[in-house]
Write a protein that binds this ligand. Structure first.
Ligand SMILES: [Zn+2]
Length: 216
């Protein structure tokens, strides 16, 4: 069986989605690109999270053609592949309909950068792209267009949900979790009053410190 290690990583990361309350039933998916072969490991379509196993992940090429797998690939596969083809630095993608972030998407509103944590992680607002139908590459096109002028590793899709990307599948999962956390915080603040903006120069300083200095 091909890409066993990456199958295991992608399978294990899927458990983080229900654990962090980012998904309901079978919604949501994760994929990872193997940098050596360019092949993509992605969730099978319509399989419940507790039933996911490394063996039932689907391996596709960059055009979405199944290379190995007994199951149909996720219905978002064509969009994941489009994103990988356009963004060579991306090796992991996560899609969710997480509650607070999707609420912003439903009203077509970006998530403003009003916390230091958001400045650290996203370096600005989490943008919201337009509406796209599911099934083909259309969603991928909106994601690439929406992320291209942004430092944010995630964006919202109008009336739909969240796409997060990263250098690895784990980085993309982190971005999806932080997107929902910040969406919930900003939504809560909006109930209390008007969030106080952070000066763009301070967002830049926070982002630079966190991305380049913070951690071990
Ligand atoms: Zn979706």
């Amino acid at each position: 069986m091909q890409l066993m290690e990456l199958r295991r990583i992608v399978c294990d990361l899927h458990a983080e989605l229900p654990k962090n309350n980012l998904v309901a039933w079978t919604s949501g998916n994760i994929s990872a690109r193997d940098p050596q072969t360019g092949l993509v490991v992605i969730k099978p379509s319509g399989v419940k999270f507790p039933d996911l196993r490394p063996e039932n992940m689907v391996v596709v090429d960059l055009d979405g053609k199944i290379v190995e797998g007994d199951f149909k690939a996720s219905s978002d596969t064509a969009s994941h592949c489009y994103i990988y083809r356009q963004l060579p630095q991306v090796n992991g993608i996560v899609h969710t309909h997480s509650r607070y972030a999707t609420a912003f998407a439903i009203v077509g509103r970006e998530i403003p950068c009003v916390t230091t944590a958001m400045s650290d992680e996203f370096g600005g607002t989490i943008p919201c792209g337009g509406f796209a139908l599911i099934g083909g590459e259309e969603i991928g096109r909106v994601v690439v267009d929406t992320l291209k002028d942004s430092r944010s590793p995630s964006c919202l899709l109008q009336n739909h949900g969240v796409f997060a990307v990263g250098k690895s599948a784990e980085a993309a999962v982190k971005a999806a979790i932080m997107t929902e956390d910040n969406a919930a915080i900003v939504w809560t603040a909006l109930q209390l009053g008007t969030p106080i903006p952070i000066a763009p120069a301070d967002i830049d300083r926070l982002y630079d410190r966190y991305q380049n200095v913070y951690g071990q």
